[in-house]
Write a protein of this length. Structure first.
Length: 251
C-alpha cells in the first residue's frame, strides 16, 4: 500500500494547482470517478476541512485470495482517486479519509492522510521515507465499524497526530511477529486530545514484565510524531476498557 501510494504521487504531480474538480460538485465528481475506475459504489461527505469516502467492498473477508486481492486493488485505486481529486479542487480540504468495509460491516480498513504531507512530498520538502512514515492505517472489527462509518466529524490537527501515533504502534506490532508476541494482545485506540493530553484506550492484556518496554515505545513514538507535525503533548493517558489507568506518562 505505501509503495503504491508513493508511486501514484508521481502521476498526480501534474494535477497540482489545476481546478479540475470545483468545490460545488466535488462529491458527485468523486463518486463518478470511483464508479468509473473501481466499478464500485461509494458515498462522499465533506465536514469542515475533512473529506470522507465510504466504500463497501465484497471480498475483504473472503477465503478466496483472488477476491481479497481484487478488493485491495479497488481500495488502492480509490485512494489514488480521492488524492487526485483533492489535489485538483478549489475546496479547502486538509484531511481525507477512505473507509473500505465489508457490506455487513464486520470489518473496516481505514486510511487517513494529511494533504500537506502529500504536497510536501511532491515538492520534495520531505523525503520518500519520511512520507511513508506518515501513513495512517486503522483496522477495526464489528464492535466499532458501524460507529466509525456514522461518525463524520472534522478532524483536528491534534486528533490526526494522536491517531498517527496509535497507528504506528499498532502497525509495528502487526508487522513484527516478535514485537507482537512481546506485547501480547494489546490493541491501542485513539480516544481524544484535550489540554495537550493524548488519551488512548487499551484492549486485551499486557504482561507486567513488558510494561516498561511498551511505555518507552509510546514515549518514543509520541515524541517523534509530535516533532514531525510541530504539535506538543504534555502527557499520554491510557486506560483499559474498564476505565482503569494503564499508563499516565509525563513527557
Amino acid at each position: 500500500m505505501r509503495k503504491l501510494i508513493a508511486f501514484a504521487l508521481f502521476l498526480l504531480l501534474c494535477a497540482c494547482g489545476n481546478v479540475s474538480y470545483p468545490k460545488e460538485n466535488i462529491m458527485d465528481s468523486l463518486k463518478a470517478l470511483i464508479k468509473k475506475e473501481c466499478d464500485a459504489e461509494c458515498e462522499a461527505v465533506i465536514t469542515g476541512r475533512t473529506i470522507y469516502l465510504d466504500m463497501p467492498l465484497e471480498g475483504l473477508t473472503s477465503k478466496d485470495q483472488d477476491r481479497v486481492n481484487d478488493a485491495i486493488k479497488k481500495m488502492q485505486t480509490a485512494v489514488m482517486a480521492i488524492t487526485r481529486v483533492t489535489l485538483s479542487t478549489d475546496a479547502d480540504i486538509k484531511f481525507m479519509v477512505v473507509n473500505a468495509f465489508s457490506p455487513e460491516k464486520s470489518v473496516s480498513f481505514r486510511i487517513l492522510q494529511n494533504i500537506e504531507d502529500v504536497k510536501s512530498y511532491l515538492y520534495m520538502r520531505i523525503s520518500r521515507g519520511d512520507y511513508q512514515s506518515r501513513s495512517l492505517f486503522e483496522i477495526e472489527g464489528p464492535e466499532v465499524t458501524a460507529a466509525i462509518l456514522e461518525d463524520k466529524h472534522d478532524i483536528t490537527d491534534g486528533e490526526y497526530v494522536g491517531r498517527m501515533i496509535v497507528s504506528q504502534i499498532n502497525m509495528a506490532a502487526r508487522s513484527n511477529p516478535f514485537l507482537g508476541a512481546l506485547i501480547s494482545m494489546m490493541q491501542l485506540r485513539y480516544y481524544d486530545v484535550k489540554d495537550d493530553v493524548l488519551y488512548m484506550t487499551s484492549s486485551g492484556t499486557m504482561d507486567e514484565k513488558v510494561k516498561d518496554f511498551v511505555q518507552n515505545m509510546i514515549v518514543d513514538e509520541t515524541k517523534e510524531y509530535a516533532k514531525k507535525y510541530e504539535f506538543e503533548f504534555e502527557s499520554v493517558h491510557i486506560t483499559d476498557l474498564n476505565g482503569d489507568i494503564v499508563f499516565d506518562i509525563k513527557l
